[in-house]
Design a binder for this molecule. Sequence first.
Ligand SMILES: Cc1cc2nc3c(=O)[nH]c(=O)nc-3n(C[C@H](O)[C@H](O)[C@H](O)COP(=O)(O)OP(=O)(O)OC[C@H]3O[C@@H](n4cnc5c(N)ncnc54)[C@H](O)[C@@H]3O)c2cc1C
Length: 440
Amino acid sequence: MREVKIFPSETGVSAWLETSSFKNHQFNQPGEIESQYDFVVVGAGYGGFAAALRLAEINPGCSVAVFEAIRIGANDSGKNAGFLIDVPHAFGSGDFSHEEKVWGVRMYTAALDKMRKLIKDNDLKVDWDECGKYLASYKRSTFKHLDDDAKELDVMGIPYKFYEGEELRQKLGTAYYKKAIFNPGTVLVNPADVLRGLFTIMPKNVKVFEKTPVLKIEDGTEPTVILLNGRVIKCKAVIVTAGPFLQEFGLCKGNTFCPIISFGALTRKLNEEELEPFKDVVPWGITAGHTAGTTVRYTKDGRLFVRNGLKYGTFYSCSPERIRFSQRLLRKAFVNRFPAHKHVNFEYVYAGMIHLTMNSRSLFGRKQNVYYSGVGEGAGVCKSFTMGSFLAEWSNGIDSDILEFLKNDTKPSWMPPEPFTTVGAEIRLVYETLTAGGEI
Ligand SMILES: Cc1cc2nc3c(=O)[nH]c(=O)nc-3n(C[C@H](O)[C@H](O)[C@H](O)COP(=O)(O)OP(=O)(O)OC[C@H]3O[C@@H](n4cnc5c(N)ncnc54)[C@H](O)[C@@H]3O)c2cc1C
């Protein structure tokens, strides 16, 4: 396998990491790195967390090292919008078969149950709110997506409720949306807080090293992991959950993932007067009925969050200028929804990278004793968590129906080579943005 050429970097100030009570938690120090472990996990997102934990659960006496290139929670697992969804993304769309959706609900519910139990059993004080989510429409033309969702939820026997007009306004504290479908099974979190918090409760045999990039993995019956700091580590198996950077390791074709950059902004805490329209409103989260639409949250600590803007990330990075530019669209969405709060500034603005594949399917595979997964779709936290757990089981020879499903599920489809991908993606993203209208 090849040497990594591009490493992750922090793009903008991650709102969720900055406001996490675990921000300053000290994980293991570089001096503690050993030259041999039973298992190595590369990438400490939700996938890496689930993989390392499951390895330790299966083999309580084994040694596990987790290596994360930047700070834990500073990449997508900690930068997303914090919707831990119990049903697959775009549930009512025809993108996935009914069978895939049934598997999805089973896997994501199990991932949520496991995280919930870990948090409860360890009395972890993290920002985790069982408040459900809304899929909401501003334009009548997107009502169809809400109805499609409802049809699928009916088939699966999953509860939901429609809200419209004044009733919806009272739930949200804004009159912007015309209609919404409420899904009570979603958990809203500060994603960096939950991720870092979970990493603090790892069993003692799991060592966690952040700001420790991996340069290269050599597969084989006894794989070798080479760190950027020159350390060479031998192990029995490696699990790679490095998001779109999987392709940097040469674990899949270089253009398997399209890294789509999107931008998030979190306001300062609203003061008493500014909170007045939200009196009797419980924290909520809204996803839009359009691909390019704005995701919005009213958080537990009285802030407002918006996420929108789509840009192709050819080199998995985003310049500070582009992040500054993104504020135009973020601001527009914010002011449209909360005109009385147009004076409220954004305290944090950042870019994150949604690692999509052409057909929104995941990569889940093995090369000798190197096991790897990459989500490939927009709402990937629960899927990534599931795949991490089952890579750990696979590497320990534990078979199950979920593992078989993941191994045999549809693979990512073909993507054209560069520069066609970037050009094609940019045209498509501009089109999506133009057609989204008021959903942005
Ligand atoms: C703006 C935005 C909003 C989103 N909103 C949601 C949402 O609300 N709900 C949801 O479910 N999903 C959402 N997603 C998607 C979700 O964040 C991802 O699907 C999920 O984080 C994938 O987890 P992962 O562990 O597979 O990958 P990642 O979170 O990408 O973790 C991979 C880790 O590997 C590390 N890494 C990479 N290369 C190396 C290397 N060479 N050495 C060491 N470490 C390395 C990276 O730094 C990273 O921390 C959103 C994404 C973005 C960007």
